[in-house]
Design a protein around this ligand. Structure first.
Ligand code: HEM
Length: 618
């Protein structure tokens, strides 16, 4: 049969199935309830044609303003419910957590609910419960030990690198977050680079606007040999598995040798892996992935608010100034440390306000509802995907007046609805809507809190963060809200200048911080750079010697030529000069001894060609 009629039949079947499902959903609505409001979709397609490829959250928020704080839409026959009110999100995702704590299936990672590898994406079942308990325990142990000072050490390294080259800010921020979480997970920064690579691949795999099957879900049925998405994910997954397993082996070996630094894996090996523990905490193979999940989450997310902080400081310099006053007052002549936090409510408010102003996960991580439900008279069908639209929640004017303005005062002054005392403790990130709801809330808040406090406080302490200027004195524009489209959104690149606030004193302090913050890998790099420098010097010296030898040969040849010319003039004798250009050391009159003595007296610059060669070598 030709392709055309087959396609038409498939479409017809899909359409019939769609009508049946719609009819079924309508029949399920209990008496007195009604469907949620929302934009009407096309048959089969739903409203997919209206969802932009970028900054989807703005479109979902636009619909929220039209249809209210909870509405529904369909995409390819699946029901999506969007919540833009913190109160509604709590009503459903927290108070009714017993049926709202599942996760939807991700078409491009179809075993996400059952595979046991990514707890943040896992279905609500016993594996997820066990893994969540383990993650909670490991996190609490490390948080009690102030995360072993890893964030502070990495922050010191980060600031120095930023000082060296601010244009590389995205790279250095990602290094900071990935290295910190690598140390926490496995006690070493070594896995950080590979972690970043595989993690950004995973972000594409799972993001609704990443791999195509997440948009056109039937593509998940394309066989492996024809699916570039499946092949790419398979390759990425192999690398990730190798990374996680080898990192755990590294810790095990170090524990055996008595040299292991503190880490999640060390805590597991030391205290949770005795015979009989597996039923409660999972076996080591499972713990490998629980720790891997924590590392993934840490490497992916925290860079976003650090970049947004720079954006905020450029657009709202008055808050940068106030923050620097607090820093100079509490920490005269030094960088803020975690122990200063009680005395630094403004810095904590800046951290929280950055996250509110530019939510790192603007569409939230979706939940799935397991049973039919009725909320305020509206019907929500089992299987619907429930999105807490974090962008919308942070734009709720009743809670956040003048929401588009970056205003840390909303956490510090009693006239704002979000104010809370005592200021020695509040504001903080515990329970903040941007970390989710109910039984699925984020498990990394202590890391986020410390990383952001130290990184933002450190940057404001060290630098004046300011807009770049063109040659004519005008400012180089900085975007307001241009963010990347994946699940975790980051500001698109922008330009700025970092000026050390106290000139040489800052530079000196940062150099000292580098010395304490740098890792073994940096030391290896420094040693390699030193080796390179020395061998470049050696090569340069060699060229100088060769140049001197050449100079001596030239002088000798010239002397010989003039002697021959004199003889020719005098006696018309036969013979000729050596013009063969052979070994310079064999040049007449040049011995190794004269060459070496000439090398110390002749200058290569006398010989432009050799000078050029020397430059190339050096
Ligand atoms: C700025 C940084 C971060 C933000 C904004 C953030 C936000 C979120 C959000 C919105 C969720 C989903 C909550 C829900 O479904 O209701 C989540 C889940 C999660 N987060 Fe984070 N997160 C951040 C950093 C981290 C870090 C550093 C870690 C670990 C080291 C982490 C570990 C997790 C885990 C394990 C889950 C899954 C919980 C579950 O499904 O049971 N997160 N996070």
């Amino acid at each position: 049969m030709a392709a055309g009629p087959v396609f038409a039949i498939v479409l017809l079947l899909l359409y019939v199935a769609y009508l049946k499902k719609k009819e079924h959903n309508r029949n399920k609505i209990p008496p007195g309830a009604r469907p949620l409001p929302g934009p009407k979709g096309l048959p089969l397609l739903g409203r997919i044609h209206d969802v932009p490829a970028e900054k989807t959250w703005l479109k979902f928020y636009e619909w929220a303003k039209e249809y209210g704080p909870i509405y529904q839409m369909e995409i390819f026959g699946s029901v999506h419910v969007w919540i833009s009110s913190e109160a509604v999100a709590h009503d459903l995702l927290s108070r009714r957590a017993v049926i709202y704590s599942d996760r939807p299936m991700i078409p491009n990672l179809p075993n996400n609910r059952t595979g046991g590898e990514y707890l943040a994406l896992h279905g609500r079942n016993d594996t997820w419960k066990r893994q969540r308990k383990l993650a909670q325990h490991l996190m609490a142990q490390s948080a009690n030990a102030s995360l072993h000072n890893y964030p502070s050490k990495e922050r010191d390294r980060f600031l120095y690198l930023l000082y060296q080259d601010a244009s590389q800010y995205r790279e250095y921020i990602e290094q900071f977050t990935a290295r910190t979480v690598s140390r926490l997970s496995w006690g070493s920064p070594h896995p950080a680079n590979l972690l970043r690579e595989t993690t950004f691949g995973l972000l594409e795999t799972i993001s609704p606007s990443g791999a195509l099957p997440n948009i056109i879900s039937w593509l998940m049925h394309v066989p492996y040999c024809l699916s570039p998405w499946k092949q790419r994910e398979h390759a990425r997954h192999e690398v990730e598995a190798g990374l996680f397993k080898s990192s755990v082996r590294y810790v095990r070996d170090a524990v055996g040798a008595g040299t292991a630094d503190p880490s999640f894996v060390r805590t597991f090996v030391d205290t949770l892996s005795k015979p009989g523990d597996a039923a409660k905490w999972g076996a080591e193979a499972e713990a490998t992935y629980v720790v891997g999940q924590m590392a993934i989450a840490g490497a992916l997310t925290i860079g976003s608010p650090i970049q947004s902080f720079l954006l905020a400081m450029l657009h709202f310099p008055e808050w940068q100034h106030k923050l620097q006053l607090e820093i100079d007052d509490v920490c005269p002549g030094r960088c803020p440390e975690w122990d200063d936090r009680e005395k630094m409510p403004l810095l904590r408010a800046v951290v929280k306000e950055v996250i509110r102003w530019r939510p790192p996960v603007p569409t939230g991580i979706p939940h799935a509802v397991e049973k039919d439900d009725v909320y305020n008279g509206y019907f929500i069908p089992a299987g619907a995907t429930i999105h807490a639209l974090e962008w919308g929640i942070t734009r709720d004017e009743t809670t956040y007046p003048d929401a588009e303005t970056f205003n840390p005062a909303r956490w510090l002054e009693p006239k704002y609805p979000t104010y809370k005392e005592p200021l020695s403790m509040y504001p903080n990130l515990a329970g903040f809507s941007q970390f989710g709801f109910g039984r699925r809330t984020c498990q990394g808040v202590p890391i986020v809190e410390m990383d952001l406090f130290l990184a933002m406080g450190g940057m404001a302490w060290a630098f004046r963060i300011q807009k770049k200027r063109n040659a004519d004195g005008t400012e180089v524009p900085v975007h307001w809200n241009d963010f990347t489209p994946l699940l975790i959104a980051k500001p698109s690149p922008f330009e700025f200048d970092l000026v050390p606030r106290h000139g040489d004193a800052t530079a000196h302090a940062l150099r000292g911080m580098w010395e304490t913050g740098k890792g073994e890998d940096d030391e290896e790099l420094e040693r390699a750079a030193e080796r390179d420098r020395r061998s470049a010097e050696d090569r340069h010296r060699e060229v100088v010697v060769r140049a001197a030898v050449a100079a001596a040969a030239l002088v000798a040849r010239k002397e010989k030529e003039s002697a021959v010319a004199v003889e020719d003039d005098d006696a018309c004798s036969v013979g000729g000069s050596d013009t063969s250009g052979g070994s310079l050391l064999m040049a007449p009159g040049v011995t190794p001894k004269t060459a070496s003595s000439l090398s110390s007296t002749s200058s290569v610059s006398d010989f432009p060609q050799l000078r050029a060669e020397a430059d190339v070598w050096s």
